[in-house]
Design a binder for this molecule. Structure first.
Ligand SMILES: [Zn+2]
Ligand SMILES: [Zn+2]
Ligand SMILES: [Zn+2]
Length: 315
């Protein structure tokens, strides 16, 4: 038997809010803040008072959402954040003192010099002919390289690293961590999940369980007749076992459901049983449940379910 009480309960009311929001916006897109924090602005608006990323992950595991990688960010190996700036270094001596140099050709006379030699106060002037090189059209870039002020190395490639703005750690793609960030969409299950989805309600019951109670969903019990009967949820505690079925209807739960409950409970013996009818029982179903002494509750909202079942499922 699955010990559902020890698993992280999925907060159903939060799930319902996320599902409703996603129906509206279609896709949940992450936003990277300047400090490297990943947020989902749409969820921030809902102010769910939970760890949004954990909630989304739970919803993926429970089949409400699918996720796809939006980007993979490089994170600091020390603080795991991605609040960093790019810095360049000399590949030879690791100095931070590096400049970029370009080899320019003054088109007019084919005069070739490094850019720093062309550079005068006020702009570029050709050192050979003394003419000003005022626009980009006057010269051609023949090469670009990097020059180290420490060791003098001239290199075509430079070392690019990241410097963490939180703790100053220098890291690269090989020493940093990789963190995927995701965008989320509703699955078919998520799209068709109404507030009164049976599984959501069962999960809600599980989330209400006090410590020391174990729940198992869709359990099968063999009756005295030899037939097996399935119950939506079984709750075991020191007090014994309680069996609960949830009957959902768009309108009213009818007689047949009550009769089926009676037959099952009768066959498996004298059980502590409850039928949860959503949103209500038909008048004849109600009469039958009284006649056959089937304990029933009528609920039509999650708050209702909590209120009515809370006192019943104590340890
Ligand atoms: Zn850091
Ligand atoms: Zn160097
Ligand atoms: Zn010139």
């Amino acid at each position: 038997m699955l010990n559902m009480a020890s698993a992280t309960p999925i907060p159903q009311n939060k799930v319902a809010q996320v599902v409703a929001k996603l129906r509206e916006v279609k896709e949940l897109v992450p936003k990277l803040a300047v400090d490297g924090r990943i947020t989902y602005p749409v969820l921030e608006e809902l102010n769910l008072e939970v760890n949004n990323e954990e909630l989304l992950e739970l919803m993926v595991q429970s089949g409400y959402l699918t996720k796809s990688v939006e980007a993979t960010v490089l994170t600091c190996p020390k603080c795991n954040k991605s609040n960093a700036i790019s810095v360049v270094r000399c590949p030879k001596c690791s100095s931070f003192s590096v400049t970029k140099e370009r080899l320019l050709e003054h088109k007019a006379g084919g005069h070739i010099h490094p850019e720093t030699v062309f550079r005068q106060k006020g702009g570029l002037v050709c050192p050979t002919c003394g003419k000003p090189v005022s626009s980009e059209a006057d010269f051609r870039v023949l090469a670009t390289w990097f020059q180290c002020a420490e060791c003098g190395a001239k290199e075509a490639q430079i070392l690019t690293e990241l410097k963490c703005l939180e703790d100053g750690t220098l890291f690269s793609s090989s020493t940093g961590g990789l963190t995927p960030i995701y965008r989320f969409k509703l699955t078919e299950k998520g799209t068709s999940t109404l507030e009164f989805d049976k599984d959501s309600l069962l999960n809600l019951i599980v989330s209400m369980l006090p410590k020391g109670a174990n729940a198992a969903k869709a359990i099968s019990i063999q009756g005295r007749s030899g037939a097996s009967h399935t119950f939506d949820i079984s709750i075991k505690s020191a007090k014994g076992e309680k069996l609960i079925d949830i009957a959902l209807s768009k309108n009213m739960v009818d007689d047949m459901v009550v009769l089926a409950s009676y037959a099952k409970v009768f066959d498996v013996g004298n059980q502590d049983y409850m039928l949860v009818a959503w949103p209500r029982l038909s008048p004849t179903a109600k009469n039958l449940s009284q006649f056959y002494k089937i304990q029933t509750v009528e609920v039509s909202s999650q708050a209702d379910l909590k209120k009515q079942l809370g006192p019943v499922i104590t340890v």
